[in-house]
Design a protein around this ligand. Structure first.
Ligand code: SAH
Length: 217
């Protein structure tokens, strides 16, 4: 049996070869990426590929994002450590763990209950205690704990879901892939004095965001 610590070198190599050369700079993001055991978030048969430069299947036709995309989206959230973060699309819980390292509290929403249950178990085993889980349509956000200083959506949307814009704090950042069902642009939205400023961070490919303010099933 190989323990997670044996993947430390694979993680360091991932940071060195995949993240730094592509421009990820925030030292806290690089540190978190070098710390969270991605191998614990993939199924047994794929553990050997956990630190490779591509997404991997996690069941239910969903995927764990490529490490670079996780780092890029996380960096864009500009987390300092005292934020409440809303994440839509828990999936494996890998991105959730990265956020839990960097923010005060993470509220994560996943529409497929089985994935939520599995992610909750993994994060519990890894001793993350600042994460709240909910199985629900995340295009509606999570009203109860709003507003959030940062919101991240890890599935591709047809547009910006209004509830997420409403639940963004003044000065807050929303990072979300929008486009058509097969390819998207990564958009960063910043809320400033009631206005929403958009910045395009480049092309990407995500599974579909399905829900009232997303795609139909
Ligand atoms: N960040 C995840 C990526 C998961 S893929 C990881 O690192 O593993 C995207 C996830 O979004 C899938 O699990 C999918 O079920 C979920 N999803 C799609 N539409 C959703 C919605 N409306 N609300 C919540 N989750 C949704």
């Amino acid at each position: 049996m190989v323990s997670s610590s044996d993947y430390r070198l694979a993680r360091e190599k991932m940071v060195r070869d995949q993240l730094i050369p592509r421009g990820i700079r925030d030292p806290r993001v690089l540190e978190a990426m070098g710390k969270v055991p991605r191998d614990r978030f993939v199924e047994e048969a794929l553990v050997g590929e956990a630190y490779n430069d591509h997404p991997l299947p996690i069941g239910h036709h969903q995927t764990i994002s490529q490490p670079y995309i996780v780092a890029l989206m996380t960096e864009a959230l500009e987390l300092k450590g005292d934020e409440k973060v809303l994440e839509i699309g828990t999936g494996s819980g890998y991105q959730t763990a990265i956020l839990a390292e960097l923010a005060y509290r993470v509220y994560t929403v996943e529409r497929i209950r089985a994935l939520m249950v599995e992610a909750r178990k993994t994060l519990g085993q890894l001793n993350y205690h600042n994460v709240l889980f909910k199985a629900f349509d995340g295009t509606l956000g999570w009203e109860e704990y709003a507003p959030y200083e940062a919101i991240i959506v890890t599935a591709g949307a047809p547009g910006l879901p209004q509830p997420l814009l409403d639940q963004l704090a003044e000065g807050g950042r929303l990072v979300i892939p929008t486009g058509n069902r097969s390819s998207q642009e990564l958009i960063k939205v910043t809320r400033k004095r009631g206005r929403y400023m958009e910045k395009n961070l480049g092309g990407c490919r995500f599974v579909n965001l399905i829900g009232i303010h997303g795609w139909k099933e």
